[in-house]
Design a protein around this ligand. Structure first.
Ligand code: 8YV
Length: 317
């Protein structure tokens, strides 16, 4: 008999879903209407869960699965899983470390370039026929140079480091903040986030959200200033979104490039309405290459855990 796996969110790579279905009895939880009836019948059979990174799994659902051995997170952020609870039950929680680093860093730079050069606004200008209507170069404002911008990186983990390498190639002086200075890095370490914002033209958020909710608040945005750009490819909740809306509306910062939001998929109206904000629908890791690599890591973690081994990527055991 195949072990039972509960899949909490869609997997977009056909080879990965095929393999998952071949090896396991898979229940797509997100397609089940009567979840209570499903749990009453199948909860005790479930040995593995596949969850999304930012969507995770609720503690309440873990509590309903008495024989759960592994939560294989299809992502690197485990902030949406109660790690202490999983640990207390000996449930392996695994992540796809290393698989998405390059793509997420690429999108961070993409968002910064798009924001400071006004690429999306420029595209809309041409697409909507405004270039023909208003051919004078004064019709579209000048943008800002990316090369050489002072970049401040918040969170110098795998993604932060990959962003730094890319920004350095554009001649950007780089400084960072984190819980501590990293001895293997020669970039400037600025322990205080407000000070880092003050010394940066662009602040790029790459930190895990576990203990950092709302760290980017009005004071940080004020310090970033009216010529500064905020880029977030990490988690929406790192930012106090009310303060961000206020800063964008009042022109207290020059612009923002956001892949993540506090209450996805809901985005504050004021951000939608503002041309200085460039947005994506939480898709920094959404390439065929990365999602295939992530999916394969999820399959490996399930296979290891469900054959009684400690998964290589386990964070809890
Ligand atoms: C994914 C993520 O969008 O890795 C993470 O933590 O948030 C993203 O890579 C998501 O987890 C896909 O499941």
């Amino acid at each position: 008999m195949k072990p039972t796996v509960l899949q909490l969110s869609p997997i977009l790579i056909p080879s990965v879903s095929q393999k998952l279905n071949e090896l396991y009895e898979v229940h797509k939880y997100f397609e089940i209407d009567d979840k209570e009836a499903f749990l009453a019948k199948h909860a005790a059979d479930v040995h593995g869960v596949v969850s999304g990174g930012h969507t995770g799994i609720s503690k309440a659902l873990m509590e309903r699965l008495p024989n759960l051995k592994v939560v294989a997170v299809n992502g690197v952020g485990t902030d949406a899983v109660d790690m202490a609870y999983a640990k207390s039950r000996g449930i392996h929680v695994t992540a796809t470390f290393g698989a998405l680093t390059e793509d997420v860093a690429d999108l961070a730079i993409g968002l910064l370039l798009t924001s400071c050069r006004g690429i999306c606004a420029g595209d809309r200008f041409v697409r909507e026929g405004n270039w023909v209507k208003f051919p004078s170069p004064t019709a579209i404002p000048l943008s800002r140079r990316f090369s050489g911008m002072r970049v401040g990186i918040v969170g110098m983990g795998r993604v932060g480091r990959a962003v730094a390498i890319r920004a350095a190639a554009f001649g950007c002086p780089i400084q960072y903040t984190d819980l501590k200075k990293m001895d293997d890095l020669s970039y400037g370490f600025v322990p205080d986030l407000i000070e880092l914002a003050h010394q940066s033209d662009a602040l790029i958020l790459c930190a895990a959200a576990d203990k950092a909710e709302g760290i980017v608040n009005a004071k940080v945005l004020d310090a970033l200033g009216k010529d500064g750009f905020l880029i977030n490819i990490a988690r929406g909740k790192l930012v106090n979104e009310v303060d961000l809306v206020e800063a964008v509306k009042a022109g207290k910062i020059a612009g923002a490039g956001l892949d993540v939001f506090v209450d996805e998929p809901n985005v504050p109206e004021a951000l939608l309405q503002n041309d200085s904000v460039v947005m994506q629908a939480h898709r920094a890791s959404a390439t065929w290459e990365t999602r295939t690599a992530m999916g394969n890591m999820v399959l490996d973690s399930l296979a290891q855990a469900l054959s009684g081994k400690r998964p290589e990527m386990s964070l809890t055991t």
